[in-house]
Ligand binder design. Structure first.
Ligand SMILES: Nc1ncnc2c1ncn2[C@@H]1O[C@H](COP(=O)(O)OP(=O)(O)O)[C@@H](O)[C@H]1O
Ligand SMILES: [Mg+2]
Length: 259
């Protein structure tokens, strides 16, 4: 369908004898926030790895903006307009916040191998330009005052924002967030929820996110897919998912239904 920025058709991913994904189909509507939930080991991160072409599915196809990208090299994915963050935050430890963001912009730069070494005027100009852009981005996400701090010295919530901002530097159309709220305290989670909604609008994004926190998912997603043992067991609106007996049995558990 034209309105789907991402279409995953009948994805099966086997690791030897383990079937991590079993015939999973899902669509992501343009400009939506779509959730992917399920218990640990359900295959959520594997699905992200397949979507971003870090893994080639055993069976099935991935379409991004109507284009079949199955089997593409991972480095070809970012220029198409897809960016992701990781379940465990991946920032460059010894670099500042600003430098981490600059790396996000670097993929657009074309210079020859010797230019950074000799620091040619062309290289220096490009570096200056990237720095300006990185600053602008930090301003947009309210992290400007942290620009010169070491990224890994920030609070967990702020590090998450830096990682998301670095993904934004690549000008994605589709942003994939793997458990962005994991490890956050309740107030950080609420702030992150607003932050995600904000960047979705200001950067014109479509978002697919994996999350464990049900309140978070229910509060932010228009559509939710549920995986269990590699199979899609449900899809629907937050209201539909909350009521779905399969989901309650597999995922929510008694404690969560009460709470
Ligand atoms: N590269 C891999 N090689 C082998 N097994 C893997 C690999 N990646 C994931 N798995 C297995 O696939 C299953 C799904 O994992 P994962 O997608 O990380 O689950 P989730 O993100 O839902 O917690 C798990 O049993 C995991 O051990
Ligand atoms: Mg995972």
């Amino acid at each position: 369908m034209e309105n789907n920025i991402l279409v995953c058709e009948h994805i099966t991913m086997k690791f030897g004898g383990l079937v991590a994904l079993n015939d999973v189909s899902l669509n992501v509507t343009k400009s939506s926030i779509t959730g992917l939930i399920g218990p640990n080991g359900a295959g959520k991160t594997t699905m992200f790895n397949v979507i971003t072409c870090n893994l080639k599915p055993t069976l099935g196809n991935i379409f991004f903006e109507g284009k079949n990208i199955t089997g593409f090299k991972p480095y070809k994915i970012v220029p198409l307009g897809m960016a992701r963050t990781f379940q465990n935050i991946r920032l460059f430890e010894n670099l500042t916040v600003l430098e981490n963001i600059m790396i996000g912009f670097a993929h657009k730069v074309k210079y020859r191998l010797f230019e950074p070494i000799l620091k040619t005027p062309k290289f220096l100009n490009q570096e200056k330009e990237i720095k300006i852009k990185a600053f602008e981005l930090l301003e947009k996400v309210n992290l400007k005052e942290k620009a010169y701090l070491k990224a890994t010295g920030l609070s967990y919530g702020e590090q998450r924002k830096v990682e998301i901002a670095r993904a934004l530097a690549t000008s994605p159309k589709l942003l994939l967030l793997d458990e962005p709220a994991a490890g956050m305290n309740p107030s950080e989670k609420i702030a992150l929820m607003y932050f995600i909604k904000e960047i979705k609008d200001s950067f014109n994004l479509t978002i697919l996110l994996i999350e464990h926190d049900m309140k978070f998912v229910m509060g932010i997603c228009q559509k939710i897919y549920v995986l269990d043992y590699g199979a899609k067991i449900a899809e629907g609106t937050p209201e539909e998912i909350q009521k779905n007996p399969k989901v309650i049995a597999a995922y929510l558990g008694e404690a969560n239904v009460k709470g």
